[in-house]
Design a protein around this ligand. Sequence first.
Ligand code: MG
Length: 172
Amino acid sequence: MSASRTGIGWDSHRLAEGRPLVLGGITIPHTHGLDGHSDADVLAHAITDALLGAACLGDIGEHFPDTDEAFRGADSLALLREAVVRCAAAGWAPVHADATLVMERPKVKAHKPAMEEALAAALGLRGADVNVKASTGEGIGFVGREEGVAALATVTVERVPATTSSSARPRI
Ligand code: MG
């Protein structure tokens, strides 16, 4: 059995007035934020899906359904931390994450180090093991029209001794 695996993740959320813009756990000043059942952190969601994919544990919607009131307004980094616990229970630990935000505005370059540190902390990694990139929609498509924001991610996991199921309790 291979000792490492890589998963991919993709997510998009609609931009709306009156919502905070939370990306990678960092709230960024902007006229609009992302709409969704949780805090709609599109970057954290893509990374969570990539992590679950690497561990062959399904997807974020199966683990944290948007029909569940428990997850209304949820801190997506808390969901990511819980996904890390569930992966550990299955014998997989993240070792690297790379992600791309696809959004028109605002520029997020200044916030990338803080996002990387916050995401790394949730993944149990060092900031140097997490990379966040940013791209734009060049004025076309839903991103270019500033209707929404998308994110892509890969996460690589390595085989670790599986934790007991008792430690996989939800802790969000
Ligand atoms: Mg999402």
